[in-house]
Ligand binder design. Sequence first.
Ligand code: UDP
Length: 238
Amino acid sequence: MSKSSVKILGYGVDGYDFEQALEYAQDNGGQVVTINPEMILAAQKSTEFSQIINDAELVIPDGIGVQIGLQILGHKVKRIPGIEFGYSLLEKYSIAGKRVALVGAKPEVIALAVKNLKDKMPNLNIVYSHDGYFSDDNEIIKGLVESSADLILIALGSPKQEFFISKLKSHMPKSLMVGLGGSFDVWAGVVKRAPKIYQKLGLEWLYRTVKEPQRFKRIFPTLPLFLLKVLKERVSRG
Ligand code: UDP
């Protein structure tokens, strides 16, 4: 956790802007958590997950929910969409000729994502990639260690990716590791990101909920509950 962190429901979130966060991550390596309200509520029910978030080298506010929550608590922090953060890191590591690894998503999805990324960044040095449906963590960790990747993007959904990274971290203390949720599906072109206007208004979650109604049950109760808890925190602070 960096020095510029602010607290929300007991969890530190770094107050960097996009460029500062990119720089901090590259300089320090370690685990980057792209936090959202769902994760915070899940962490409140799990000491292990809480510990992982608290031990992360960088926690960035991925969604509008955390941005609004922080505003309610009087902190002006702008959200940093994980997918854009991950993409910018790939561009930087590609330019620097550093080694990159990707783990996550379905086999055909990761294959397509790797192909599309290489088309866009011809110098991208992908030294290891694997789909996200494996049973033996150690086998993947072994592959990653052997690849000596400098940047490792893990997209297994949350909290699976955060637990995996926390395990991997001790084996690769110098690398930078970011949990990226469903980003590979977007890079593969199998899931579309919301149109720009939704992104600008911070309403990507609404677009995705309408497009994938099965997400409704998961997302909808979360945001109001999260904001209610933040309001309570604000009131109790006076
Ligand atoms: N996934 C995976 N392994 C698993 C479960 C999920 O690789 O065991 C992938 C899934 O294919 C998808 C991503 O993890 O690419 C999760 O996407 P989701 O949209 O659920 O994540 P969110 O962004 O909501 O955390």
